[in-house]
Design a protein around this ligand. Structure first.
Ligand code: PEP
Ligand code: MG
Length: 569
């Protein structure tokens, strides 16, 4: 049989194979055309009841997720509950019901349908993804209206392991599935920032989204293999079951002292809820704690809430280091509670440090919380999106004042290493100047690539051009690391490239001392580095060969042949 192949956007790494199971979309029974025996009051009462019931279900989902995965993910359901009180949704449905022509089902479908269409028509992928939220809530409401509490995901077979196919995967459905038996997710709609993608990464299940071409054909496949990193699916022989273990053995999970040429492998996290994964993959500390997720709910966290979250992470990782990055809101990350104005070019706008320097109260509150958490173990603070020396000076001045404030309030403070992200080309170019003012650098390859190559990191159309392997990007990284070494400070890489096993030998060879990545990537990078034994001359050759390349494809070829040549079998 000739192998068939489909392509999609890989959003959660790992390779898996197994039988397929299609999670059919919820089909709403034909709603009555017009009122027959029901009055407006009766329909209003039905709607009211469905809203109340939906709210209860969402609250229990929120609690379940909070207990299992932590507060950040649970916020998805808080956002869904907010939709239930949104005047433009339920309020509008009620207004249409009052006209006396529609059933509750029809009114909801009309309003939600318009909202979904409107959200999908917006260019911003964030809003396009939010269409799934509206649909998720709509489905819950319709099910409750029709007394059909059955969750389609509950129909997942009682035994066996499956690759789940779905036109669209809502957070509620993802949560309802028995994750330990899901081999992979293949979703027709959606992008990298969809909740389903985030959840898949959190659970370490390989996933692809945006599989539009050939979808119908894919649906009839009984058995498939998929790669959530390379973004492909192919038909597979029946009987072949594979969990996404990447072929790793137990020893790949354990840190191996000495064999990684001094490289520390740390984890990137977004909340204390990720700590179990940090432990599972034996990360050596946290190289990037993205604190912005705490600020993306409907209200801002208090200083005490921040202290609690940061302290939990610091204490769990001690004696290893936790690098807490200050708020990076803006660009693709939104915080409704901050009520920020719309910008024409958000990625070039008031983002990250540019925002916090304009909101000193917000900034200093976070810095105070970080000083306080630092009393629980080794901690570093890191500033994102620095372009100028003046910004760094101002950030450090705020840090100094925040320390005074904590002491005045009578709280103990800890020690802090002070670091900055290198993710804007101007800062990378002036690395030697910045190095005199900080304890470490952490290179954000996601943004450094986007700003060096002028390619929006979210734009799937330009994915081919978005290349951290570009020799200009790698050359800049080598330059930064060199400047840091000369000044005696350490450099890490915390963008997605930090978790790329193909690049790890190059990073090691240019003197990078820490790679920080999604916990699920650590084992592969560890096993790759452990197999390499490089002399100083070989390291130099590797760097020279990469930097001599004129293009991305050439770089990839050099890296691949290098790995083949020097990997100890
Ligand atoms: C980066 O830009 O590489 C980075 C790690 O930061 P973020 O992805 O949060 O922008
Ligand atoms: Mg960044």
């Amino acid at each position: 049989m000739e192998d068939k192949m489909w392509r999609g956007l890989g959003v959660s790494a790992g390779r898996a194979a197994g039988p397929t199971w299609y999670l059919e979309e919820y089909q709403v029974d034909a709603a009555p055309e017009t009122f027959r025996d029901s009055t407006v009051e009766e329909e209003m009462a039905r709607l009211h009841q469905a809203v109340t019931r939906t709210e209860q279900i969402l609250t229990s989902l929120e609690e379940q997720v909070k207990a299992e995965q932590g507060e950040e993910l649970a916020r998805i359901f808080v956002a869904h509950k907010l939709l239930l009180t949104d005047p433009s949704f339920i309020g509008e449905a009620q207004t249409r019901l009052q006209r006396g022509e529609l059933s509750a089902e029809q009114a909801l479908q009309e309003v939600a349908g318009e909202a979904v269409q409107m959200l999908r028509s917006l260019e911003d992928p964030y809003f396009q993804e939010r269409a799934v939220d509206v649909q998720d809530v709509l489905v819950q409401l319709l099910k409750n209206l029709q007394n059909d509490p059955e969750e389609r995901a509950d129909l997942f077979p009682n035994t066996g392991n499956y690759v789940v196919l779905a036109d669209e995967l809502t957070p509620a459905q993802t949560i309802a599935l028995p994750k330990e038996r899901v081999l992979g997710f293949i979703v027709r709609q959606g992008g990298k920032t969809s909740h389903a993608a985030i959840l898949a990464r959190t659970y370490g299940i390989p996933a692809l989204v945006g599989v539009v071409k050939g979808w119908e054909d894919l649906l009839v496949q009984k058995w498939v293999e998929l790669d959530g990193e390379e973004g492909w699916i192919r038909s597979a022989a029946e009987g072949h079951i594979r969990f996404a273990d990447n072929g790793l053995k137990e020893e790949d999970l354990a840190p191996q002292s000495g064999s990684l040429q001094g490289m520390i492998l740390a984890a990137n996290i977004g909340s204390p809820g990720d700590l179990p994964l940090v432990q599972k993959f034996k990360a050596e500390g946290i190289g990037l704690y993205r604190t912005e997720f705490l600020f993306m709910g409907e209200k801002l966290p208090s200083e005490e809430e921040q202290v609690e979250a940061y302290r939990q992470v610091v204490a769990a990782c001690a004696p290893q280091l936790t690098v807490i990055r200050t708020l990076d809101i803006g660009g693709d990350k939104r915080a409704p509670a901050l009520q920020l104005p719309q910008e024409k070019n958000p990625f070039l706008g008031v983002r990250a440090l540019r925002l916090t320097l304009r909101r000193p109260e917000l900034f200093r509150q976070q810095l105070r919380a970080i000083w306080r958490a630092a009393a629980s173990g080794p901690t570093a603070v890191m500033f994102p999106m620095i372009a100028t020396i003046e910004e760094l000076d101002q950030a450090k001045e705020n840090l100094r004042v925040a320390r005074e404030e904590v002491l005045q309030a009578g709280h103990p403070v800890g020690e802090l290493q002070i670091g900055m992200m290198i993710e804007i080309p101007s800062a990378a170019w002036l690395a030697d100047k910045f190095a005199a003012k900080v304890d470490f650098f952490s290179i954000g390859t996601n943004d450094l690539t986007q700003y060096m190559l002028a390619v929006d990191r979210e734009n799937t159309e330009l994915a081919e051009l978005y290349q951290p392997y570009h020799p200009a990007v790698l050359g800049m990284i080598a330059r930064v690391s060199q400047a840091a070494l000369q000044r005696g400070i350490w450099t890490g890489v915390c963008g997605e490239a930090g978790g790329d096993a193909l690049l790890a030998p190059f990073f090691s060879a240019v003197g990078i001392q820490e790679l920080s990545m999604a916990p699920g990537s650590i084992a592969k990078v560890r096993s790759t580095l452990a197999k390499l034994e490089l002399s100083p001359e070989e390291r130099e050759t590797l760097v020279e060969s990469v930097l001599a390349c004129a293009g991305t494809a050439e770089v990839i070829e050099v890296l691949q042949s290098f790995l083949t040549l020097y990997t100890l079998s």
